[in-house]
Design a protein around this ligand. Structure first.
Ligand code: OGA
Ligand code: CA
Ligand code: FE2
Length: 509
């Protein structure tokens, strides 16, 4: 065969291969489903080429001495960008809401990355998602206020030996508490759910049981005020109907474990356009697993700005404040990047009840002439203005805060970023959260970067010695040792310092 003929054949071979893969891609069930204002769009990830805008999202550094945040312009719902995140590798990013800006990136993770993160999470072991710190309770419990509530009593009432007290077992174990005996079964179930069950799994763990003496005042008050279901505060009843706020299992993963060569992290830097220091010092990855019935009612990922309450990730950098313990720290998350690690057979949508909804209020919303409580996603998932169906490999990215154009820094929290996870109906749901932490206080955030990225185990004897500069790159590869504050933060994703703050934070988050 002549070399020219060989070349033609070779060419034909590659063309047919390319065509074949294109056809598979177009004919496959590769669709993303998004519902905005009741209109469902099912589409292949190959939309009209005319809509494409190729872009590189670059960190804005106008004054090299001053870092600025980036907030990508959503343009309009349906707008599609092609962003070159890695040289020569374009990712599609689609706007699905303008306020807050919400974007979908269908092919953000590779299949291998999804599988790897899930198996690493399972290896490490997922725990029930809670709203209170386990170890803070553990420490307090050891003061042993009432010896009845110890491990032995717990074991005695755990008749089936499964390490949990179900409602019937709990009822027997708690007849010891005054007033419990007269409660109706329904009231007792509500009591367990609201007052005693920290992780909302409707069982009492030994930790929850041993914690009881610590909240005895609250318990007595609650029992006194809730003897009669008819006399219940309508808010309490509404809350009960809604069920536990968060029903899932979760685990935190360290970057060097799930992203050894920093592929995902670098992609995230490219996607967000944020300065690498911000991404590199943000929270670890949180992996969450939901089974049927699992959900996360609508909430905010970031706490509103409140004077005197420092951000939990930087609290240790503020000047010492003797009244600090009186204020729980805020969680400061400029943005959320959520990945779906699996497809879910039915349900499990990520819902944004308030997205692009001008007349939204968190407590009530009027939909089809009915007044509903939008945070209750078990009942009102599909009343949300925007809900996104889980799709393996896809990233959903949104801004929890506004961008202040004057300062180039983080503005107020955007109330429209209210969101949550709907009930899984069939199959499982696996997600991972990358929260991007930013302090409203620019100087403190810069201190935080410096401290996190330059901290070494050995004391710096002479900071001027040049070889140190080379080590800096190395430092950035592995995340800094966690401060105590970060450990608290990471233990639960929510920093809660005292019992009184629990309710308040539960509502906020
Ligand atoms: C969260 C969250 C949404 C979802 O974990 O904070 O909002 O779809 N999850 O699971
Ligand atoms: Ca429990
Ligand atoms: Fe969330």
């Amino acid at each position: 065969m002549s070399s020219a003929a060989q070349l033609i054949l070779h060419h034909l071979f590659w063309c047919s291969l390319i065509q074949l893969s294109l056809l598979t891609k177009l004919s496959g069930a590769e669709t993303i489903t998004v519902t905005t204002n009741g209109e469902t769009i099912e589409e292949s990830p190959q939309p009209a080429a005319a809509e494409h805008v190729e872009e590189v999202i670059t960190p804005i550094v106008t004054d090299p001495g001053r870092m600025r945040l980036v907030q990508i312009d959503p343009v309009e719902v349906g707008h599609i960008r092609r962003i070159e995140i890695e040289p020569g590798h374009f990712y599609e990013m689609k706007t699905v809401a303008v306020n807050p800006p919400v974007f979908l990136v269908p092919d953000f993770l590779t299949l291998e990355e999804c599988e790897r993160i899930k198996s690493l999470a399972q290896e490490k072991g997922l725990e029930k998602s809670r709203t209170v710190l386990r170890h803070s309770v553990d420490q307090a419990v050891d003061t042993n206020l009432d010896p009845y509530f110890n491990k032995d009593t717990f074991t005695k009432f755990d008749e089936d030996g499964n390490q949990f007290l179900n409602i019937a077992e709990a009822r027997k174990a708690l007849t010891y508490v005054e007033g419990i005996g007269n409660m109706s079964d329904q009231a007792f179930t509500y009591f367990i759910d609201i007052v005693v069950d920290l992780d909302s799994d409707r069982f009492l763990s030994d930790l929850e049981f041993r914690r009881i003496p610590l909240i005895m005042t609250k318990i007595s008050e609650w029992i006194a005020n809730h003897q009669d279901l008819e006399k219940w505060d309508p808010d309490d009843l509404a809350r009960m109907k809604k069920g536990p706020d968060r029903l899932s299992h979760q685990v935190w993963m360290k970057r060097p474990v799930y992203d050894e060569s920093k592929n995902i992290t670098n992609r995230l830097i490219g996607l967000t356009g944020l300065h690498p220091d911000i991404i590199n010092t943000s929270e670890e990855l949180q992996v969450v697993h939901y089974t049927p019935g699992g959900h996360y009612h609508a909430h905010h990922d970031s706490t509103n700005f409140i004077a005197d309450r420092p951000c939990s990730h930087t609290a240790h950098l503020y000047p010492p404040d003797p009244t600090r313990h009186l204020h729980s720290a805020r969680i400061c998350r400029y943005m959320t990047v959520l990945y779906y690690l699996a497809d879910t057979e039915e349900g499990g949508e990520t819902a944004f009840p308030a997205a692009d909804n001008e007349t939204f209020s968190e407590s009530t919303m009027v939909k089809d002439n009915k007044t509903i409580e939008p945070s209750n996603l078990s009942m009102h998932c599909k009343d949300a203005n925007l809900y996104v169906r889980p799709k393996k490999r896809m990233a959903v990215m949104w801004y929890n805060h506004f961008f202040d154009h004057n300062t180039g820094w983080m503005g107020d929290r955007n109330l429209f970023a209210f969101h949550g996870g709907c009930d899984v109906i069939k199959g499982e749901k696996w997600i991972a959260n990358n929260w991007i932490n930013v302090d409203n206080n620019y100087e403190i955030q810069m201190k935080f970067h410096y401290e996190s990225l330059h901290k070494t185990d050995e004391p710096v004897i002479n900071a001027d010695i040049t070889p140190k500069a080379a080590e800096t790159t190395e430092d950035q590869k592995s995340p800094p040792d966690q401060t105590e504050q970060e450990q608290l933060h990471n233990a639960e994703g929510e920093s809660i310092k005292s019992e009184e703050n629990v309710v308040q934070l539960k509502q906020e988050l």
